[in-house]
Design a protein around this ligand. Structure first.
Ligand SMILES: Cc1cc2nc3c(=O)[nH]c(=O)nc-3n(C[C@H](O)[C@H](O)[C@H](O)COP(=O)(O)OP(=O)(O)OC[C@H]3O[C@@H](n4cnc5c(N)ncnc54)[C@H](O)[C@@H]3O)c2cc1C
Length: 400
C-alpha cells in the first residue's frame, strides 16, 4: 500500500495520531471529511495488521459508521447479520433474540477486514499514513504545540508538529504514560482465567455465536466464514498453546458443548492457536492538555462482551466532532467534555464485560454455592423477557 508522504523532515498538521489501528484510522477518516488535517504514524505494516485476527462482532452503530461515512459498504454485503445469540448451560441452548428483545442486531465482520477497509479509504482519499515507523516519541503534551518524533520506514528521522496529539496506540500505549502520576488514575483488574483461541478450517457448527457454561468451563463458538471458524475455551493464564495437540483441543471443546441434545462441533484442521489473557483497565482522564486517548490506549475489556472494537469506535464518535469544532470553529467546549462523555459509555461497557465474564466462567475449586448461584443468574437472564432485553441491549450497544 502506498502513502502520501511529504518530503520535509518536519510536517505540520492539526491532529497527529499515534497508531493506525481501527480507532486511529477511523478518526483520521472522519476528520478529513470535515476538512481537518491529520497525520497517522503506525509501527506495523498494513499486511501484518490485516493478518492479525482479533474482534469479530460489530454493533449496529459501528456498522453504520463504516457504511454511512463512506469507508466501505463491504461490511453490509460480506458481513453476516446476527439477530441473536445462544447462551448454553445444563447442556441446552437458550436463544436470546436481539431483534425481539430490543429491535437491534450485531454483525459478524472480522476486525482485520474493518482495518483493511479503513486503510484503503485513507489511501483512496490521500490520507497521510506512515506505516512501519520506529522510535515513536511524543513531546510537549502540556503545551499548545505537541510533537511526535519517529523514524519512517526508510529510517529517516521525522517530526510532526500538531495542535492536538491523539494516542490511538492500543493497550500498550506509550501516550498514556505522558499523563502524569497524580493526574492519571489506572483502574485495573486481572482475572484468574484466559481464553485458548483457535482458528480452524471447518464449516460453521451453528449459524450464530454460542456462549457456553459447562462443568468443563466456558467455551465460545464463533464463526469467521463458510470455511473458517473461531472457537475459544477457558484455560489457565499460564497455558502454553504449543503444549496442546489438535486432539486435546477438540476433546476439550466437545466436552464443553456436551449435552442431552447431542450437539457436536464440526471439526477441522487447526491453523492458529493463541492464549488471550483477561484484564479490565480504564485510564482516567482520557485527556490531558493537548493529548487525547482513544480506544484500547484508554481502556481494555475482557473479550466476553465483544465490546473492545466497538468502544474504540464510540470514543471516535465523540472525539471527531469535538476536534472538528475546535479546528473549524475555534470551539473547545466538546473537547473539554470528551473524557467525561466517553467514560460514561466505557464504564457501562466495563460493567457488562465484567458481568458477562463472571456469569459464563467457572473458577478453579469454586464451591457448589457459586455454581448454583451462577445457574440462577443464567436462568434469570434467559428465562424472562426483561432478562433477555437487558442482555440484548448491552450486547448490541446502548443507543445514545
Ligand atoms: C483475540 C481478541 C478478540 C477480540 N474480540 C473482540 C470482539 O469480538 N469485539 C470487539 O469489539 N473487540 C474485540 N477485541 C478487542 C479489539 O480487538 C480492540 O479493542 C481493538 O483492536 C481496539 O482498537 P484500537 O485501534 O484502539 O487499538 P489497536 O487495534 O490495538 O491499534 C493500535 C495500533 O497502534 C499501533 N502502535 C502501538 N504502539 C505504537 C507506537 N509506539 N507508534 C506507532 N504505532 C503504535 C499498533 O501497532 C496498532 O496497530 C478482541 C481483541 C482480541 C485480542
Amino acid at each position: 500500500m502506498s502513502e502520501s508522504q511529504p518530503e520535509s523532515r518536519v510536517i505540520r498538521t492539526q491532529v497527529g495520531i499515534v497508531g493506525g489501528g481501527p480507532a486511529g484510522l477511523m478518526l483520521s477518516h472522519l476528520l478529513s471529511r470535515a476538512g481537518v488535517d491529520s497525520v497517522v504514524v503506525e509501527v506495523r505494516d498494513p499486511e501484518t495488521i490485516r493478518n492479525t485476527h482479533r474482534a469479530g462482532i460489530l454493533e449496529a452503530a459501528t456498522v453504520q459508521m463504516l457504511a454511512d461515512s463512506g469507508v466501505d459498504g463491504r461490511v453490509l454485503t460480506e458481513g453476516h447479520e446476527h439477530r441473536g445469540t445462544t447462551l448454553r448451560f445444563d447442556g441446552q441452548n437458550h436463544h436470546v433474540d436481539f431483534q425481539d428483545a430490543v429491535g437491534q442486531s450485531v454483525w459478524l465482520y472480522p476486525q482485520n477486514e474493518v482495518f483493511w477497509d479503513l486503510a484503503q479509504a485513507r489511501e483512496r482519499d490521500g490520507g497521510q499514513v506512515f506505516w512501519s515507523v520506529s522510535d515513536t516519541a511524543v513531546h510537549d503534551v502540556d503545551s499548545d504545540s505537541p510533537r511526535i518524533t519517529f523514524r519512517d520506514a526508510e529510517g529517516q528521522e521525522r517530526e510532526i508538529e500538531a495542535g492536538i496529539v491523539v494516542g490511538a496506540d492500543g493497550s500498550r500505549s506509550i501516550c498514556r504514560g505522558l499523563i502524569p502520576d497524580g493526574v492519571r488514575t489506572d483502574n485495573f483488574i486481572e482475572y484468574p482465567f484466559a481464553w485458548f483461541g483457535i482458528l480452524c478450517e471447518a464449516p460453521p457448527s451453528w449459524p450464530e455465536l454460542i456462549y457456553t457454561n459447562s462443568p468443563a468451563g466456558f467455551a465460545l463458538i464463533s464463526q469467521r466464514s463458510d470455511t473458517v471458524q473461531r472457537m475459544y475455551f477457558q484455560c489457565d493464564p499460564d497455558t502454553n498453546p504449543e503444549d496442546w495437540t489438535e486432539e486435546q483441543i477438540w476433546a476439550r471443546l466437545q466436552e464443553c458443548m456436551q449435552g442431552e441434545d447431542g450437539f457436536r462441533l464440526k471439526e477441522g484442521k487447526i491453523f492458529d492457536k493463541t492464549v488471550l489473557k483477561f484484564r479490565s483497565y480504564v485510564c482516567e482522564p482520557l485527556r490531558y492538555h493537548s493529548l487525547v486517548l482513544v480506544g484500547d490506549a484508554g481502556h481494555t475489556v475482557p473479550p466476553t462482551g465483544a465490546k473492545g472494537l466497538n468502544l474504540a469506535f464510540c470514543d471516535v464518535r465523540v472525539l471527531a466532532p469535538a476536534l472538528i469544532g475546535l479546528f473549524n470553529d475555534g470551539d473547545d467546549s466538546q473537547l473539554i467534555e470528551y473524557s467525561a462523555k466517553a467514560l460514561e459509555r466505557v464504564w457501562k461497557a466495563q460493567n457488562f464485560s465484567y458481568w458477562a465474564t463472571n456469569m459464563m466462567h467457572t473458577t478453579e475449586g469454586e464451591n457448589p454455592f457459586a455454581q448454583k448461584r451462577r445457574r440462577g443468574e443464567l436462568t434469570a437472564i434467559t428465562g424472562s423477557e426483561n432478562g433477555r432485553a437487558y442482555f440484548a441491549e448491552s450486547y448490541t450497544g446502548w443507543q445514545d
